[in-house]
Ligand binder design. Structure first.
Ligand SMILES: [Zn+2]
Length: 545
């Protein structure tokens, strides 16, 4: 590779480098991910809003949910502004002619302009998994593409297990992709289905096919060797013009190539204008929202979009960060819709506290920052930690400095009682069905609520919501996304204490709170109270960007 800088044009420079999203098909292969048809429609709208070129919706005919998705999309429920919708399926079976093949017919019935066909390109798979002569597999590829082209469809061809096939049986792998190109595929997608391809092989192989094939070359990588994004970028450098991936790298095993990382790398580092800047600014939000829909969380260390992607802890950075943020950030976080955060700990100096306050849109003077720092140090000696609990830290800062006067606390906890029953005898304490009764004071009025739940924390959550029922509608959108308990060892003169960290979300924002107490239920309640208070009050606070 030449040593061109980031502003130099790509070797393959052409206007149409296409991002192809397969979250709804390959992404849903991730363990624990199951999307309803409504969820799938939502994910498609978000990815379209981001500005990708193609959205693969699923495999019509292979399962009823995907068939329904395409029917509802075609009937007008999915109006896409940017992307073309693609139906995915396999080449014809060995026993049918293309025009009689029921699965190909299901693809036609999906009523998309574009279809992505997957076929075997590793001879070993043809012999052992498919069990047909190799010549017949070539005919299945050619017939299927020719037939769909004759109906006016755009056809992409996913060469399954291509990189493994190429390594073990180069001649046959080549024959398959050349066959697909000659039959009229618009793009032949070289797939690393097992995810073990290495960057030093990718460049050479992809480069070899660009120019030789009569069609575009595309890429589809999995992350089993930790190289899915790197392989995608190198494949593009080598001349591929179509790259497949998923939101947040969702996908089977270790996942697919993370399309968000690829997108930001290309747009911000390689200066390839794939989408509009305002679309890129929505990426962090879209990442977290899609993770929610998939019942996952965006990994906090995810490049660009993670919660800690621009978090800084070392006190020594703080003053420099204030002067020149670009000294410690590789990009401007706002460009991808994320933000820089300072992490507060007892290691912090007053400069950190002041900068942290600025993140919340607050100015504090020297005396205030010293008071906050003293309080943080005292609490850390008691087992509290604010490194992973920004929302609790903001509340502490406002309380200590008087920026949140006592009279403005939205509610005051009066008392609660929790009963946990052991059930069938083998339930862990705290894990079985629980009931809670809780009293809080809101604007001088005592409010009482009862709740049942799966464990005491869940029961308290329900009891609180019942007690304040309807007072703050924004709480309806809020739920716990993570709950961590840590028992801190007893030290001289103290009993063991429990630290609880709670992550809450309203679907687009995530905030973290902490509670510490010898009793796990009380520690949980302290963390929950901060989470509610943050959700209730932040509407009235200036949102930092
Ligand atoms: Zn795949």
């Amino acid at each position: 590779m030449t040593t061109t800088g980031g502003d130099a044009p790509l070797p393959s420079a052409r206007a149409g480098l296409d991002l192809y999203d397969t979250t709804l098909r390959d992404g849903t292969q991730r363990e624990g991910v199951s999307l309803s048809v409504d969820d799938k429609l939502k994910v498609a709208r978000y990815m379209d809003g981001l500005g990708v070129a193609y959205i693969e919706g699923g495999w019509p005919g292979a399962n009823p949910k995907d068939t329904e998705f395409f029917a509802r999309a075609a009937d007008g429920e999915l109006a896409l502004d940017h992307a073309a919708l693609v139906a995915f399926g396999m080449t014809r079976s060995a026993k049918h002619r293309a025009e009689d093949d029921p699965l190909l017919q299901a693809l036609v019935d999906a009523r998309t302009d574009a279809i992505c066909l997957v076929g075997k390109s590793w001879g070993y798979h043809v012999d052992e998994a498919l069990g047909v002569p190799r010549e017949q597999n070539l005919a299945m590829v050619a017939d299927s593409i020719t037939y769909l082209r004759s109906l006016g469809k755009r056809v992409f061809f996913d060469a399954e297990h291509f990189f493994d096939g190429y390594a073990r049986d180069t001649a046959y792998a080549r024959e398959v992709v050349l066959t697909a190109a000659e039959a009229g595929a618009e793009c032949v997608v070289l797939c690393d289905t097992n995810g073990g391809a290495m960057p030093w092989d990718v460049t050479e192989i992809v480069h070899g096919f660009v120019g030789e094939l009569s069609c575009d070359v595309g890429l589809h990588f999995h992350d089993d060797g930790g190289c899915a994004v790197a392989n995608s970028l190198l494949g593009i450098e080598a001349g591929a013009v179509h790259v497949q991936g998923t939101a947040n790298g969702l996908g089977e095993r270790c996942g697919n190539a993370n399309l968000f990382t690829i997108l930001a790398d290309l747009q911000l580092k390689r200066k390839v204008p794939l989408i509009q800047p305002d679309q890129l600014e929505r990426m962090t939000d879209i990442s977290h929202t899609i993770a929610e829909l998939c019942n996952q969380t965006t990994p906090s260390v995810a490049p660009y979009v993670g919660h800690t992607a621009f978090a800084h802890k070392a006190g020594i950075h703080a003053s420099a960060l204030a002067k020149a943020p670009d000294m410690y950030n590789h990009i401007e976080p706002a460009d991808v819709g994320n933000r820089q955060r300072l992490v507060v700990s007892e290691l912090a100096g007053r400069a950190n506290i002041k900068l942290k306050a600025q993140e919340f849109g607050l100015e504090v003077d020297d005396a205030q920052s010293r008071a906050v720092l003293d309080e943080v140090k005292l609490r850390e000696s008691q087992g509290w930690t604010y490194e992973a609990a920004d929302a609790s830290f903001e509340l502490l800062l406002r309380r200590v400095t008087g920026l949140l006067p006592d009279v403005e606390e939205p509610f005051r906890s009066l008392h609660y009682r929790v009963n946990v029953s052991g059930g069938d005898g083998d339930a862990l304490p705290g894990d079985g069905p629980a009931e809670a009764i809780l009293a809080v004071e809101v604007a001088g009025t005592r409010k009482l609520g009862a709740g049942e739940g799966n464990g005491p924390v869940d029961a308290l959550d329900h009891a609180f919501r019942n007690a304040v029922n309807g007072t703050w509608p924004q709480l309806d959108q809020v739920h716990l996304s993570d709950y961590k308990v840590r028992i801190l060892e007893a030290t001289a003169g103290t009993d063991a204490i429990t630290r609880v960290l709670v992550s809450s979300t309203d679907g687009s924002q995530v905030w973290d709170t902490v509670g510490v107490h010898p009793n796990v239920v009380e520690a949980s309640w302290l963390a929950l109270s901060d989470a509610y208070t943050h959700a209730i009050l932040r509407g009235g606070w200036e949102e930092p960007r």
